[in-house]
Ligand binder design. Sequence first.
Ligand code: TGC
Ligand code: FAD
Length: 390
Amino acid sequence: MKPFESPDFMCIDDHLTDDEKMIRETVRQFVSKEVVPHVDDWFMKHEFPKHLIPMFGELGMLGATIQGYGCAGLNYTSYGLIMQELERGDSGLRSFVSVQGALCMFPIAAFGTEEHKKKYLPKMAKGELLGCFGLTEPDFGSNPGGMITTARKDGNEYVLNGAKMWITSGGIADLAIVWAKVPEDNNKVHGFIVDRDRKGFSTRDIAKKFSLNASITSELIFEDCRVPASQMLEVTGLRGPFACLNNARYGISWGALGAAMACYDTALNYAKTRIQFDKPIASFQLVQAKLAEMYTEITKGQLLAYHLGRLKDQGKATPTQISMAKMNNVSWALKISRTARDILGASGITHEYPIGRHMMNLESVNTYEGTEDIHRLVIGEHITGIPAYR
Ligand code: TGC
Ligand code: FAD
């Protein structure tokens, strides 16, 4: 099979540095060799490929943008390219890397003490310690501000009670970044690093998913779980978890392009070789219209992600710009996967091709990290000045 090449209609490659291209190529080869041939099997068996974790570490993918503490200190464009290549393999693997880096290592780096950073980051960068991020609750998804998990102060400890739901990597995590309301601080939201071995902390994996089967999704349960006050992060209010989401959403805007590219590439190759009415179906205008739309939307998504990456590297990217990129690129990736499935006809529903898996994964990606409509409302608020969530 010929090596994968990403579309580059608008010559974005001309603007990438040699280092950025080299990072993309390294991850591309890793995904082609270690992920693509096996991932359908993992997906079918509902298995997360833990054996890849040390390789993620060796390749510098974990906490890739963090400076020092054993992290690669890459720029955000390189990080985006890594996410794109990983998600070409499977959204579940990109999810794992997003959660470890953007949602767990980032808050430790940004809001942790020097002691936290030294204790956790070097091991997390190697994949020796795994993290999960608990914001969503069974009754509070799009509206995390309503959360009912509490962390009551009791002397030099906080006592956590509540549950977090749909938590990526929960079942395998050595630590959880948990967001809870502190009654002694007017119910303001605070973040805690909760080690797996704390008494009163348990997890339960969510089985029988249609989507992200090669990723672990769990419930976190806290029953009078005591954590030392020193495990509290130095940030108050929802801006703490939302700052983490900005980084993860940014990565997803690139990642979704990778899934879209895998579907487009599969559909294009299929259309050129599938004969109906004595001709390749790629020769029919309606099929070409579908391919042209997929190609155009991938190209527009690339421009959005690339420009956002450069803004982020200059410290200029705003949360609303990130919302737009996450919303647009995931929404289009999902539509592209559905169109690709259509081009393959009946073959599109089989596991012989990756499209069905990407399509089902993208349903989750469109929901997590803020649903498509929540991001639409974020943009609506930016335009009108009127928040319309409530
Ligand atoms: P609101 O009153 O607007 O804001 C509260 C405070 O937060 C600040 N803020 C932000 N700060 C940084 N970045 C952002 N993106 C921010 N958005 C808001 C805001 O300035 C304010 O700060 P302060 O200091 O004045 O208090 O909040 P709200 O309660 O009205 O909610 C707004 C809304 C709906 C947009 C927000 O709640 C939202 O984004 N909801 C979606 C929830 C979500 O995305 N959950 C994701 C959970 S994690 C996950 O899905 C991981 S999947 C991982 C994987 O497997 O890849
Ligand atoms: P709801 O908030 O109940 O939304 C249901 C529907 O109502 C959606 O269509 C939504 O757009 C719509 N809706 C809600 N409010 C409004 C409104 N104001 N106006 C218009 N429409 C609205 N969370 C974590 O904290 N950590 C994780 O690691 C994590 N991993 C996940 C992994 C997977 C596989 C999945 C599926 C989810 C994960 N999540 C995680 C949770 C995810 O962030 C939430 O599912 C998401 O925020 C949406 O919440 P919800 O599912 O409760 O849907």
